[in-house]
Design a protein around this ligand. Structure first.
Ligand code: GCU
Length: 676
């Protein structure tokens, strides 16, 4: 076993493999530049340096101020040489990875200037200091926990020096490989710990743990990635010996100023804080009668001298709903809390909002704050970990969904480009402080993710952050080519076909048409049609004998639809112009309602569920054909996952169809088996 074995389990291994390098390369721009490159890039990429420019095949050319973005790069051909030009080392690194990608794929050199769509491209780990991961499905944390807790003792763990009481895993090999993989797709920010900050997690910001954080930050720094920490809002009380965490109290302000001073004395390029406040029982400024801007700006002030950021989550709700109450609506919570605060947040504060109004469901319309806020830095948040998307058991290429959300038309006529991804920049206080964030999906498991195919989401997320316009299909072509490098075209295209349709497939056999939350409560995997139906958090589908769905219209429902631009509100207010994929999120629809394609709602529910299951049956057959054509362990892991997916898709199909058959009394028009 050993490193090579580890890397073999790494999908998109062409970019993450230690031994892959071009040779020889040279550096233009003088000794100072060369030395920096040597440490920052050449070492990491194992790039043999050639000081004679004539002999080089790749020339790295650093020219400060050449491009608008310090992360941008351009490739050009000069005789037999490829020249990578960038303002900074990080730009050269991104250029180098692009060149690697093109070489492996055998495509023509792309000589366009390449510059990231979003300045902040972040992964949020929900890792906990005991090594577990909230909503983690790929084994233990790669950052925290004792080596003896490894899921698979053969994996990683090569350089561990561990002493009792230490919360860090110190698995440098694993972290370096991870950092390289993230850098190769353009990720430049990582938050290490869970947003629900508990136990020693609260103390990560104190000197006791800063050396451990610094060990990780130092690895990430080499790959152009800044390290962030999630903090507990009540830290002044919990660990600071104060009797309050009120943001206007000078003692609280001093506490945070000191925290920042300590952190930056150890980690001079620390990224900043990620904060979940007043949300799902977490403490926050409301407790002291302060609003979110007061809370966030106080932290912003403390970290400002060091150039740090405060990323403040908008996942704030307190629906306390009763099933008889049709006006209280959790979907309105973020808007109600944050729309009135537009323009109140400091320049170094960013509001991080989940892409939809509720919670990472299989289909949701866009969070209406995008486009509504005009003077606030914003990030859009996704969940790569797949909490509601099959726990990395079911194959589910969520890049499709994220692409849709980023390119969602907010229909504000006064915006230059009303598509959500572009809106982020146009409506920011500081366009450098916008971007995307996603809950990460890796752990200590053999393949980094549980289902090896789930790695396509990590790869795709990074690529999509870098270029919001790159289609999920193009991204998937790249991933398959870079990952299954030794496989023949037919094998690659079989894998492509399975992954390509998997997001729709999963959506189709789960809760129908955007209604969401028919999952097993708390666990969030597998069907439970009424599992959350009488829950006080307002996650209802309101199915009755006549129809299903949540009436969020302005005319008769909760009024949520009125939170969108006038154009979008009037489209969504009308059932006939509402997109079918989210129709039950926005309307209570009778079972006999006929959609534009001539099908009734009830028949659509049946058909989607039968189709979703049939697709998985086909995946199982197709996957069997790649046996012997790819790494055996990867083959077997995916086979095991597909076996479970097939059984679970059947459960979904039958439970959902049976439920709606019983409710509506309408049989399937094709006479397929639906249980009574
Ligand atoms: C979901 C998830 C929680 C998580 C929360 C969040 O509700 O189930 O585990 O803490 O999202 O985004 O903060």
């Amino acid at each position: 076993m050993g490193k090579a074995w580890l890397n073999n389990r790494l999908i998109h291994k062409a970019m993450a493999n230690d031994s892959f390098a071009f040779s020889p390369a040279t550096v233009a721009g003088g000794d100072a530049v060369r030395l920096q490159l040597e440490s920052d890039i050449v070492n990491w990429l194992k790039l043999p340096l050639e000081l004679d420019p004539e002999k080089a095949t790749v020339v790295l050319q650093k020219q400060a101020g050449k491009f608008d973005s310090d992360e941008a790069f351009q490739l050009s051909q000069k005789g037999s040489q490829v020249v990578i030009t960038a303002n900074t080392t990080n730009g050269l690194m991104y250029g180098f990875y692009e060149l690697l990608r093109e070489k492996v794929m055998g495509t023509k050199l792309n000589t366009d200037l390449q510059s990231p769509s979003q300045p902040l491209r972040m992964i949020d780990h929900w890792d906990q200091t005991d090594g577990s991961i909230e909503r983690g499905y790929a084994g233990a944390s790669i950052f925290f926990g004792k080596p003896d807790k490894l899921d698979n003792p053969d994996v990683g763990n090569f350089d561990v020096k561990h002493i009792d009481g230490d919360i860090f895993r110190h698995d440098r090999t694993r972290m370096i490989t991870y950092a390289r993989m993230l850098a190769s797709v353009g990720i430049n920010a990582v938050s290490l710990n869970n947003v629900n900050v508990r136990e020693q997690g609260i103390e990560l910001i104190t000197p006791k743990y800063l050396d451990g954080v610094d060990e990780i930050a130092t690895i990430f720094r080499g790959f152009g990635i800044k390290t962030y920490l999630a903090i507990n809002w009540a830290a002044p009380k919990l660990i600071g010996g104060l009797d309050t965490s009120d943001p206007v109290d000078p003692k609280v302000q001093e506490f945070w100023a000191k925290v920042c001073k300590n952190i930056y004395s150890v980690i001079p390029d620390f990224g900043g804080f990620l904060v979940k406040a007043d949300s799902e029982g977490e403490p926050g400024p409301y407790q002291y009668g302060r609003d979110h801007a007061q809370g966030a700006n106080m932290l912003g002030q403390a970290i400002k001298p060091y150039g740090g950021l405060v990323i403040w989550r908008a996942f704030v709700y307190n629906a306390h709903q009763d099933w008889r109450d049709r006006k209280t609506d959790r979907a309105k919570a973020a808007y109600n809390n944050f729309a009135p605060l537009d323009g109140h947040f400091a320049d170094n504060v960013i509001l991080q909002m989940k892409f939809g109004p509720i919670d990472f469901q299989t289909a949701e319309p866009l969070q209406p704050l995008f486009g509504k806020l005009r003077n606030t830095n914003q990030m859009m948040e996704f969940e790569i970990s797949a909490e509601y998307l099959g726990h990395q058991i079911d194959v589910n290429y969520a890049v499709k969904q994220w692409y849709k959300m980023l390119n969602y038309d907010t229909k504000y006529d006064d915006l230059k480009d009303p598509h959500a991804g572009a809106v982020l920049k146009e409506t920011a206080v500081n366009p450098a402080h916008t971007g995307m964030a996603a809950v990460g999906n890796v752990g200590m498991s053999e393949h980094w993710t549980n289902n090896p195919l789930a790695q396509a989401n990590l790869y795709g997320y990074g690529r999509l952050c870098w270029n919001n316009q790159e289609t999920p299909e193009d991204i998937l072509h790249e991933w398959v080519a870079l990952t299954f490098t030794e496989s023949d075209n037919k094998t690659q295209s079989t894998i492509y076909k399975i992954v390509d349709t998997s997001n729709e497939t999963y959506r189709d056999y789960c809760a129908p048409l955007g209604v969401g939350f028919m999952v097993v409560p708390h666990y969030h995997y597998g069907p439970s049609v009424n599992g959350y139906e009488y829950d006080r958090w307002g996650t209802y589908h309101f199915a009755d004998r006549n129809g299903v769905g949540v009436d969020r219209t302005m005319a008769t429902g909760s009024g949520f639809i009125g939170m969108y631009s006038d154009k979008l509100s009037s489209e969504y207010e009308n059932l006939d112009t509402t997109p079918e994929s989210v129709v039950l999120f926005l309307h209570h629809v009778p079972y006999d309602h006929v959609f534009a394609n001539g099908k009734t709602l009830i028949q659509t529910i049946y058909d989607l569920h039968f189709q979703g299951y049939a697709n998985v049956e086909q995946y199982v057959k197709d996957w069997a054909t790649v046996s012997g054509k790819i790494d055996d362990r990867v083959f077997e892991s995916v086979s095991d996952c597909l076996k479970q997916q097939l059984a679970d898709a059947l459960e979904w199909r039958d439970q959902v169809n049976t439920y709606f058959y019983r409710m509506s009394g309408v049989p399937d028009d094709q006479g397929r088996l639906i249980y009574e």
